[in-house]
Design a protein around this ligand. Structure first.
Ligand code: SAM
Ligand code: DTB
Ligand code: SF4
Length: 337
């Protein structure tokens, strides 16, 4: 199979179209590990400072009780995970968390809500939070579920830089994991975000029992979005007791590194984020992910409801690897798109 630089050479200067067939991504996965990492690091270096890392802090602004049935998620009302529900936080608490994240060096603050999608009243309340976080000089991100017409515009007008909405897994595996909405619904929301001029943050989860071919299909699908997302979170499943995926066999860490490398090659200018699952990763595996082209992490002691490496551990890791944090780039003057 041809794994030359053909696809990459067709990638235009901006983050616009370069078609990736599933076979061409699958062929990347099959490369000898050193060849794959060399290629990914070469692509990475031609678009980014290889020692720069972007730091995003997450906050769950509304927790649990979600009507959806995403098989990986501890926040679905359908699974008994022992999680305590929490209504939408008051804006003061959100701003205090953003200030604390900024003080620790985060430049992007991502607010997540366990909704199928926000109601109009929710959009108004979250818009006020976005404006307040934006006014702190941080990049803003929100992940609130499916959006209706006009909602992305409202969030964008409040100062939203990124909207996170993941494709999660390959189209042919999707219905094994989620039954309450289609991948098409997700693509529609992503279209609304794009049309509103808000940056797209879209990735997926690996380690959910999918095949390598399905991991390749997920990366190809993300890369073929036109344009591809500015920000691509690659999550390793956090297997939470009580969820249908609780007993899933963990993914080989080197296969996770390969997935990062393929994402970097297929989406050369995207911020590829080494996302959920870092708590169980050694420093050595994380270093390989950075070598493979990951240049962003979730930074802070918690993800939404599960753990993340402590800030001190991450600071130590960054110092050991000589990684320095990226500066905040507000949407109007972003160089990521
Ligand atoms: N409710 C909104 C939605 O689903 O669009 C926003 C919040 S949801 C928790 C955001 C994303 O977190 C999901 O799309 C999924 O990719 C990721 N996620 C959730 N639970 C996870 C887990 N246990 N392991 C890894 N990633 C997870
Ligand atoms: C994303 O891709 N991963 C983050 C963020 N976007 C919202 C969420 C990970 C959640 C992991 C499980 C939890 O902590 O609830
Ligand atoms: Fe709800 Fe989002 Fe969890 Fe799915 S991933 S159950 S939509 S909170």
């Amino acid at each position: 199979m041809n794994v030359s630089i053909v696809d990459e050479a067709r990638a235009p200067a901006a983050a616009t179209r370069a078609h990736w067939s599933v076979d061409s991504v699958a062929a990347l996965f099959e490369l000898p590990f050193n060849d794959l990492l060399h290629r990914a690091q070469s692509v990475h270096r031609s678009h980014f400072d290889p020692n720069e890392i972007q730091l995003s802090t997450l906050l769950s602004i509304k927790t649990g009780g979600c009507p959806e049935d995403c098989g990986y998620c501890p926040q679905s009302v359908r699974f008994d995970t022992g999680l305590a529900d929490q209504a939408l936080l008051p804006i003061e608490q959100v701003v205090a968390a953003a200030q604390a994240a900024r003080a620790k060096g985060a430049t992007r603050f991502c607010m997540g809500a366990a909704w199928r999608g926000p109601k109009q009243r929710d959009v108004e309340q979250v818009a006020a939070m976005i404006k307040a976080v934006h006014d702190l000089g941080m990049e803003t991100c929100a992940t609130l579920g499916m959006l209706k017409d006009g909602q992305a515009e409202q969030l964008g007008a409040a100062g939203l830089d990124y909207y996170n909405h993941n494709l999660d897994t390959a189209p042919e595996y999707y219905n094994e994991i989620i039954h309450t909405r289609e991948q098409r619904d997700r693509l529609d929301t992503l279209g609304r975000v794009r049309a509103a001029g808000v940056h797209v943050c879209c990735g997926g989860i690996v380690g959910m029992g999918e095949t390598r071919a399905q991991r390749a299909a997920l990366i190809a699908q993300l890369a073929n979005l036109d344009p591809y997302p500015e920000s691509v979170p690659i999550n390793n499943l956090v297997a939470v007791p009580g969820t249908p995926l609780a007993d899933t066999e963990p993914l080989d860490p080197l296969e996770f590194v390969r997935t990062i490398a393929c994402a970097r090659i297929a989406m050369p200018r995207a911020r590829v984020r080494l996302s959920a699952g870092r708590s169980d990763m050694s420093d050595a595996v994380q270093a390989l992910c950075f070598l493979a082209g990951a240049n962003s992490i979730f930074y802070g002691d918690k993800l939404l409801t599960t753990g993340n490496p402590e800030v001190e551990r991450d600071q130590h890791l960054m110092a050991k690897l000589g990684l320095h944090p990226a500066a905040a780039v507000p949407r109007a003057s972003s160089s990521e798109s």
